[in-house]
Design a protein around this ligand. Structure first.
Ligand code: AMP
Length: 157
């Protein structure tokens, strides 16, 4: 890894990357702590959850706690854009299932950090499933950055 020291630079051999081969299991934000909506909920409820939590996107789960999709604030506002105004009144008749994104990357709880590293470049968080295919929680870019920071700061000088 190349570290810029202002004047010139030097090379550090990174021998502290073992975590890349660790499973993400212990770093997943567990499902009970993840704000979500359920299949069948209306979009007014989803907008409330997104606004109250301040998250840009949340998972959509079914009644068996399986992941069905992802819903973002952008998807909701886009769907109610009228010619001259945002038509909020339409939200109560729209179901989250109609709007949610269904083609999303899903990782297993035993996936190595190395794999989520690649995916988190393009996604702020990833949905995680357990061995039975149930929603286990999410892995966020923030968690990965913390892990990476620790590895960088404990590198030998
Ligand atoms: P963060 O890395 O904490 O900024 O989170 C990035 C994104 O992950 C947020 O914008 C949310 O879409 C999602 N996220 C993080 N934590 C939660 C949570 N507890 N419940 C639902 N979504 C979350």
């Amino acid at each position: 890894m190349k570290v810029d020291k202002g004047v010139g630079s030097y090379m550090i051999s990174v021998n502290n990357t073992e975590f890349l081969h660790e499973p993400i299991r212990d770093h997943v934000i567990s499902s009970e702590k993840v704000a979500h909506v359920q299949v069948g909920n209306n979009c007014e409820h989803a907008l409330l959850v997104l606004t109250k939590t301040g998250y840009s996107a949340i998972p959509v789960l079914d009644h068996e706690y399986r992941l069905r999709g992802l819903l973002s604030m952008g998807m909701i506002t886009e769907s109610i854009l009228g010619m001259e105004r945002i038509e909020y009144e339409r939200l109560s008749d729209m179901k989250v299932d109609e709007l949610m994104q269904t083609d999303l990357p899903i990782v297993r709880i035993d996936t190595e950090f190395r794999k989520v590293f690649d995916l988190l470049i393009n996604h702020p968080f990833l949905c995680v499933e357990d061995e039975e295919g149930m929603f286990a929680g999410i892995m966020t870019r923030r968690v990965l950055m913390k892990k990476l920071k620790k590895a960088v700061y404990t590198m030998p000088r």
